[in-house]
Design a protein around this ligand. Structure first.
Ligand code: SAM
Length: 311
């Protein structure tokens, strides 16, 4: 079947919402290229800094590439995307352009996989696509991933900030629940650090299937229970750590439940929160009884680690 590659150029503020919009409209695989990445400089597994090729990135804002099968693509699609973006509440859309091109080679999957390569996502975790071979250095812990249609390759600021907080706060033998597991990346990281037992849930059945496959690839399927689930609804087992990288207004809905479900001195690691929503989330966390341990910031997003201290 032929595929269409749809390219969108827009400003950073739209980024948190674009994947959901494209998903609703039937996109297969979404790749986000951020102009801010070029100025960061990357460090490879041997500590050498390398530059990204500016030609691969937009000059300003973000470029989103996504893929639609001929079956899902219709003439009105570009206009539908534009209208959905322009109707976002309270989000300034200062730049917007959308275009489509044919992909003739029947190989859209490889087209978007072209953009995903092994990279160091945190101090110890290196994410390696399942189709690449990689020689890990002794200080690296490899997470092998095929994210398929699910979110979570690790190169998004929210995921890498979560990985860094997990490195710090998840200890061997701690019980974990990963809410909105996506590709399963955070659960795999927790497992590699010795956490147990681990449960992963996602509202999206496709994400649950992808996470299961990634648990298999990483040899941890027997150690992570994965299921569909809506936030913490129906969860009764107390946990030492709760992970949730979802959007701020959704995280907000689970703050009180997370506090109830945590053991004493348990830790809530959460991200998916744009800086504009920091005050709202921090105020709610403190009201629920949490003490904020730290807040990380990257590319307009924050991640929070908070502890349930019981006097
Ligand atoms: C931003 S992705 C995070 C994926 C991965 N945990 C990571 O850190 O990269 C958010 C995930 O939350 C899931 N999600 C959204 N709303 C949810 C809900 N109410 N309950 C459970 N999962 C939800 C989405 O399907 C998506 O897979």
């Amino acid at each position: 079947m032929d595929y269409k590659e749809v390219t969108i150029l827009t400003n950073h503020e739209v980024e948190p919402f674009i994947a959901d919009i494209l998903d609703e409209l039937g996109a297969n695989g979404v790749v986000i290229e951020d102009s801010a990445e070029v100025s960061k400089g990357r460090v490879d597994s041997y500590g050498e800094i390398y530059d990204l090729n500016p030609a691969d990135y937009p000059e300003t804002g973000i470029r989103i590439r996504c893929y639609f099968s001929a079956f899902d693509y219709k003439e009105s699609l570009l206009e539908d995307i534009k209208q959905a973006v322009l109707q976002l509440h309270d989000i300034p859309v200062t730049d917007f352009a959308v275009s489509a091109a044919d992909i003739k080679d029947d190989d859209w999957e490889n087209e978007w996989k072209r953009h995903f390569h092994a990279f160091r996502a945190s101090e110890t975790f290196t994410v390696v696509p399942s189709w690449e071979t990689y020689d890990a250095a002794p200080d690296e812990t490899v997470i092998t991933l095929d994210p398929g249609m699910a979110f979570g390759t690790g190169d998004h600021a929210t995921t890498s900030m979560c990985l860094k907080l997990i490195e710090k706060y998840v200890k061997p033998g701690r019980s974990v629940i990963d809410v909105g597991t996506g590709s399963g990346i955070l659960s795999i990281a927790a497992h590699k650090l010795g956490a147990s037992p681990i449960r992963a849930v996602d509202l999206d059945k496709v994400a649950v299937r992808v996470a299961e496959e990634n648990f298999e690839i990483n040899g941890c399927a027997a150690h992570i229970a994965v299921d569909t689930g809506n936030l913490l609804a129906g969860e009764t087992e107390k946990r030492d750590v709760i992970l949730a990288n979802i959007l701020a207004h959704i995280v907000d809905l689970m703050i009180d439940d997370s506090y109830k479900l945590l053991n004493e001195n348990g830790i809530f690691v959460t991200s998916g929160i744009i800086t504009e929503k920091e005050d709202m989330i921090v105020t709610h966390l403190e009201k629920a009884g949490y003490r904020i341990l730290e807040i990380s910031r990257d590319s307009g997003w924050i991640a929070v680690a908070a502890v349930k201290e019981v006097a």
